[in-house]
Write a protein that binds this ligand. Structure first.
Ligand code: PMP
Length: 401
């Protein structure tokens, strides 16, 4: 009898989520401050919810086009052109595929590109799904760890060793997966770094899968209108590049499960076929809501980013003042990523913080072995006082331990 019950070995060996493991510790416990998942505690804006309700009321309960509703694709094309101007919206329409969440888009990209036995390079620490997905396709995954700056004004920040990354990407590398702004570290890529990576991947014939779901959650200025540099800004239309996006983060729509991919136009029809065999299409009423979210996005994202920056600027200095804690200010994303001196077993620490302090954080080891000993705190809190209370609980717990 096969111990894995006949499953493919790679599926049988999939690691459960360590973030879930910590969250399960909180089941049935009252009053835990939950900062473990990557989402805001703010409900999706009402006008977006209304659009979904109106669609359902109008009886839009049927299958739709594999690649997404024409109206949504048009709105996405305008949105993409606004962020990456120069080519015009019409250029982008043929390069878009609507997916059932960012995670589904990333899996579709892996299905489209990765053969069993292929070599895939991933820059880590990273959201664990991005390592599991190529593995599920049978890839050999090689991780290139970011490095922590030991001193200077950015002490505690994670940065890329560009030469180590370029050395790891050879003509036998099928795919590079990179997520910037990064979950969990807040690390971002500069335009020059993106150019260097892309130029190298052109030479080696390597595809780039860029997870840019945090593109808009970038704290460059206090208008909330900024965006992190994107691979789309440096690439040609036929470059071997797929960019993954999501409605989850910039539009407060985590539970809706909607995202999109930007692809070379030559891949779009094949991606439509893959979508047919995965989900067939995203639900129409969700797509209607997303169309409105894009059309009235100026009412959501800039204010959200300004608020998130305020959350970050509330949390990080408070954490920096906790004895033993080292944390750098993240440039983008939703997370403060930090270490506590003398508390290296982060999974155990995270579980104990839930049980003994009522504080819910994610363990760094969920994001790669190099992040063992770190903790991730999602600062997307509607009420920043919750963040202050959380630090208070952490402080008290540390004094007892
Ligand atoms: N990429 C990264 C880096 C993420 O952190 C997440 C969500 N945690 C996603 C993709 C997927 O987002 P969703 O499936 O909700 O669109």
């Amino acid at each position: 009898m096969n111990p894995a019950g006949g499953l493919r070995a790679v599926v049988a060996q999939l690691e459960g989520s360590r973030i879930r493991e910590v969250a399960n510790e909180g089941l049935g416990r009252e009053g835990v401050l939950k900062f473990w998942f990557g989402e805001s505690d703010e409900v999706t804006p009402e006008f977006i919810r209304d659009a979904a309700v109106a669609s359902l009321q109008a009886g839009e309960t049927f299958y739709a086009h594999n690649l997404g509703l024409a109206e949504l694709r048009q709105a996405l094309a305008v949105y993409t052109d606004g962020l990456h101007p120069g080519r015009g919206a019409a250029h982008w329409v043929d390069r878009l595929a609507v997916t059932s969440g960012g995670v589904n888009g990333l899996m579709l990209a892996c299905q489209a590109l990765v053969e069993a036995g292929d070599e895939v390079v991933v820059v880590t620490p990273i959201w664990p799904n991005l390592v599991a997905q190529p593995r599920i396709m049978g890839a050999r995954v090689a991780c290139v760890p970011l490095k922590v700056q030991a001193s200077g004004p950015r002490a505690g920040a994670w940065t890329l060793d560009m030469q180590a990354l370029l050395d790891a990407i050879t003509p036998s590398t099928r795919l590079l997966i990179v997520n910037a702004p990064n979950n969990p570290t807040g690390w971002t890529l500069s335009r020059e770094q993106q150019q260097t990576i892309l130029a190298h991947c052109r030479r080696t014939g390597t595809w780039v899968l860029a997870d840019e779901v945090y593109e808009r959650l970038y704290f460059a200025d206090d208008t909330g209108n900024g965006a992190a540099s994107s691979f789309l800004d440096v690439a040609e239309p036929d470059d071997r590049l797929i960019v993954a996006h999501s409605f989850s983060k910039s539009f407060l729509m985590t539970g809706w499960r909607l995202g999109w991919l930007v692809l070379p136009a030559s891949l779009t029809q094949a991606m439509g076929k893959l979508i047919e065999f995965n989900t067939s299409c995203a639900p129409v009423f969700i797509q209607r809501a997303a169309t409105v979210a894009l059309e009235r996005g100026d009412e959501v994202t800039p204010a959200l980013v300004v608020h998130l920056r305020h959350c970050r600027d509330t949390l990080v200095p408070l954490l920096q003042a906790v004895p033993g804690v080292s944390v750098a200010t993240p440039w983008g994303g939703l997370y403060a990523f930090f270490q506590i001196q003398g508390h290296d077993d982060c999974l155990e620490v995270a579980k104990r913080l839930v049980r003994e302090a009522g504080l819910g954080l994610a363990p760094g080891s969920a994001f790669g072995p190099e992040a063992a000993g770190w903790l991730r705190w999602c600062f997307a809190s509607k009420d920043p006082l919750r963040l202050e209370l959380g630090v208070h609980r952490l402080n008290e717990w540390l004094q007892r331990n």
